[in-house]
Ligand binder design. Structure first.
Ligand code: BGC
Length: 744
């Protein structure tokens, strides 16, 4: 073993008690970076800009040699804590400059404790609970010696065909901003170098969710006004919350790949938002600029990407392979390399990696702790959205004589975890079947999967399921999408229930027993016929480790549904893209808007379909409860507000039913005329309110004129005077309405 030279120990080590200002302070860190940069060779610098993945065409021995040579700044997907500790020991003690590695991993919705998929989490509309879940994910991840996760995904998703909608926080920028910032705070905790924190990564910057046709990686065209109003706010919010890193997206945006996009990276991110962290490319995205037709070859890709501001190249190795010759030939300025090395070293100092001891493998108790499982169950409970409950079939009585649990997703541990689960283990998962058996006792539960998985098109397993249904008082039918149908590269052109699930619902319904559909899926599905065949529908997403107990507690009334949709559910895929914050058009469909010029008759040729209703099956913000809520008495603190001012909007919300329950109260506005057309509704605030039966609460929102601002044609954020409508509402299609004016 080679021992690190004494000189580098002096440069790199820090004795905080003796020299506090020289060590952790921003100036102290910059000085330590200066000292390192002065000693680094070009190869060592380019090594810092490179991220590798363990096990990917690289043997363990090769990886150890690479690390010893300072070949990588970061390594992802290292097998286990022991291997990470060994690699870090080599980096710190056997590489020439002793620069530590950053270990990265995709921890998207939990490490060992798997929380609902992000789209499910978003349906909770509960930033504090989401923060807590992310913090538990960070605690489990950090215990394993991992420093950096590639989450949250902040791409606005208006297209359920896109498989990565599962990883998104929905279609609305205000909600995604609040939840994304909560995730950043949860992951990063109070300080990046804390033992229960990991660095977060705002991805995929930017526009990735607008892939044409919903096909993953596809081209995006987003005018700057829309980009700034809808697609960028969630990233800006993450930056404000202190996110340590950003990841560029795979897509080209208005003709320029995101990984070579100086407008996004230098102009908006660095200059306008003041970001001083690290930008990493997505996997191979630097090299893929050749495929985009934006770079002639890998050298051109390296130049364009680094010039645009991508500090670290993930997976492809264009920086390392091609920049030395260009720099030697005077065709590339090494200053840009230094700038990115500085960003990466700063990140390592902030993570405390230079001064942290190499962690010991974590005790087993670090995983799946009781509080982790509690939060996982709570979040799965709050995420589930009750879409239908005819005749108040739900909740079911616990003294029910017999239930039939049917369907391919009633006892599928893997599918319940959802996409992007690298470290969750099926053995940890509590399924609905197990939870219902536990609640009722096994004798009162008949079980028949009917289909092998959600894609199974054979009806061979129907007979025992029909038999179980016949002998039961209620059928609990678990259908939807298995885990592998959503996530990266899992776009679908059809949103229908896969396989023979539609027929299964139909056949079961024919038996006449009340049917509850519990849908587990990574995206909105189109299933009107199946929903109509059922008396109740609970949309549970992929709910994670504790999904089973959460669903059972909702079905049997130990908990009351409170989730609300964060994406519009289409009736058919032909309506896509469909989103609530659309423009009015000059010929809005009847009922689409209360704002129609009196001089233009609303009848006749309007923006609708001739074969189906123009509206969604279930609108954004929608979700039922076991109780009912009434909205009334909307009040504004004044009829007008000056541009710099604010007003208060309040309304009464009454629990008019029999269950104590939470309601997610939503605030929407609409500007009726402006220099650019404005959406028919925009979410401006929300609150989760708990109400006892019969209770009325006055729910108040502060509405500042600044929140009403939008980006004009020149890309400037402006607050324009004019008339506004405002709603305090249970969803994006209803609510109590008022009006006010913004004045100069
Ligand atoms: C995905 C990223 C992910 C990365 C590393 C890419 O294919 O787009 O979201 O973080 O791989 O696994």
């Amino acid at each position: 073993m080679r021992i690190r030279p004494i000189a580098s120990i002096i440069v790199l080590s820090c004795i905080p008690v003796a020299m506090p200002s020289l060590c952790g302070s921003p100036a102290g860190i910059e000085r330590r970076i200066d000292a390192l940069l002065a000693r680094m060779t070009l190869q060592e610098k380019l090594g810092q800009l490179s991220q590798s993945t363990a096990g990917y065409a690289r043997s363990d021995a090769q990886l150890r040699n690479d690390v010893r040579a300072g070949r990588w700044g970061s390594v992802m997907n290292v097998r286990d804590a022991q291997q990470r500790a060994e690699l870090q020991r080599i980096a710190l003690h056997e590489s020439r400059l002793g620069i530590p590695l950053i270990f990265a991993r995709d921890v998207i919705h939990g490490y060992r404790t798997v929380f609902p998929i992000p789209l499910g989490q978003s349906a909770s509309w509960d930033p504090e609970l989401v923060r807590k879940a992310s913090h538990i994910a960070a605690r489990e991840t950090a215990a394993e010696g991992i420093h950096w996760t590639f989450a949250p995904m902040l791409d606005i998703a208006r297209d359920p065909r896109w498989g990565r909608i599962a990883e998104s926080l929905g279609e609305d920028p205000v909600l995604a901003s609040a939840l994304g910032a909560a995730m950043v705070r949860g992951l990063q905790g109070d300080s990046l170098d804390a033992s229960d924190a990991v660095a977060a990564c705002a991805k995929h910057y930017a526009g990735y969710g607008a892939a044409e046709g919903g096909r993953d990686y596809n081209t995006t065209w987003i005018p700057e006004t829309l980009l700034r109003d809808v697609y960028l706010p969630s990233f800006a919010a993450a930056e404000k919350a202190g996110v340590a890193t950003f990841m560029t997206a795979f897509n080209d945006l208005n003709g320029v790949p995101a990984s070579g996009n100086a407008f996004l990276l230098r102009q908006v991110l660095r200059k306008e938002w003041g970001f001083d962290g690290v930008v990493v490319s997505d996997w191979n995205a630097v090299e893929e600029m050749v495929n985009h037709g934006y770079a002639a070859d890998s050298a051109d890709a390296a130049v364009k990407s680094l010039r645009a501001g991508v500090d670290m190249e993930m997976a492809s190795t264009d920086y390392y392979d091609d920049l030395p010759a260009l720099i030697a030939a005077g065709k590339f300025d090494v200053k840009l390399v230094d700038e990115s090395v500085r960003n990466i070293l700063r990140f390592k100092f902030r993570l405390g990696l230079f001064d942290k001891p190499i962690p010991a493998p974590p005790p087993a108790s670090a995983m799946l702790a009781p509080d982790a499982l509690d939060i996982a169950q709570q979040l799965a409970t709050e995420s589930a959205v009750l879409l239908r409950n005819e005749g108040n079939l739900l909740p079911l009585s616990k003294s029910i004589a017999k239930v039939a649990v049917i369907g391919p997703l009633s006892d599928s541990r893997v599918d319940q975890m959802g996409c992007w689960v690298s470290d969750g283990r099926p053995g940890d998962v509590h399924t609905p079947l197990a939870a219902i058996r536990e609640m009722l006792g096994p004798d009162r539960v008949a079980y028949a999967p009917a289909l092998k998985n959600s894609r199974d098109s054979s009806q061979a397993g129907f007979a025992p399921a029909l038999e179980a249904a016949r002998n039961a008082d209620v059928v609990l039918l678990f259908i939807g999408e298995e885990q592998s149908l959503s996530g990266e590269a899992r776009s679908r052109a059809s949103l229908d229930l896969p396989g023979a699930q539609g027929q299964l619902v139909e056949e079961i319904a024919k038996g006449g027993k009340p049917v509850v559909l519990i849908v587990l899926a990574g995206r909105p599905l189109t299933f009107s016929k199946a929903a109509a065949d059922a008396r109740a529908v609970l949309y549970a997403w992929h709910p994670g480790t504790m999904g089973g107990p959460a669903i059972a507690s909702l079905l049997f009334g130990n908990a009351v549904p409170s989730g609300k949709l964060t994406v519009s559910f289409p009736r058919t895929v032909g309506q896509v893209p469909i989103y609530y914050n659309h423009m009015n058009t000059g010929r809005p469909a009847r009922g689409a808007s209360a704002h129609i010029s009196e001089k233009v008759a609303p009848e006749g040729d309007t923006s609708r379909y001739i074969d189906i209703d123009y509206g969604p099956e279930y609108p954004f913000g929608y979700g039922l409860s076991y109780t009912t809520f009434q909205y009334s008495n909307l009040k504004l603190s004044s009829a007008s507000v000056a541009k710099g001012g604010a007003l208060t909007v309040s309304a009464h919300v009454t629990n008019s039913g029999r269950w104590p329950a939470d309601e997610v109260v939503q605030l929407y506005t609409r500007q009726l005329s402006a220099s650019l057309t404005r959406p028919v509704r925009e979410l401006k605030g929300f609150q989760r309110v708990m109400l006892k039966p019969g209770e009325t609460k006055t729910v108040q929102f502060k509405l500042s004129a600044a929140i009403l601002a939008f980006h004009n044609e020149r890309g400037e954020l402006v607050s324009e005077p004019g008339m506004f409508q405002v709603w305090v509402a249970p969803d994006s299609a209803r609510g109590v309405r008022g009006e006010f004016r913004v004045v100069d």
